[in-house]
Design a protein around this ligand. Structure first.
Ligand SMILES: [Zn+2]
Length: 77
């Protein structure tokens, strides 16, 4: 049985873990945490609406520009 890839979000209201399945992906049952989502996947999710089944609130997916970790690289000067 194939299970879709998904991103797991932490509901900011109630703390419930919300699993958002990814469409149009090879179903490999991969789970990404919200703080470490590959950019190609993040780009497909930004601005989409996620519904928390626990508290009933809806949230829009945004990129966390205040994340504690960011990718750095060395570019030739
Ligand atoms: Zn919630």
């Amino acid at each position: 049985m194939e299970t879709a890839n998904a991103v797991v979000f932490n509901c900011p209201e109630c703390g419930h873990l919300v699993k958002e399945e990814l469409k149009g992906q090879d179903a490999q049952a991969l789970l990404y945490k919200e703080e470490s989502v590959p950019k190609a996947i993040a780009d497909t999710l930004v601005d989409s609406v996620v519904y928390c089944p626990n508290c009933g609130d809806r949230f829009k997916v945004e990129i966390d520009t205040h994340a504690h970790t960011v990718p750095l690289f060395l570019r030739k000067d």
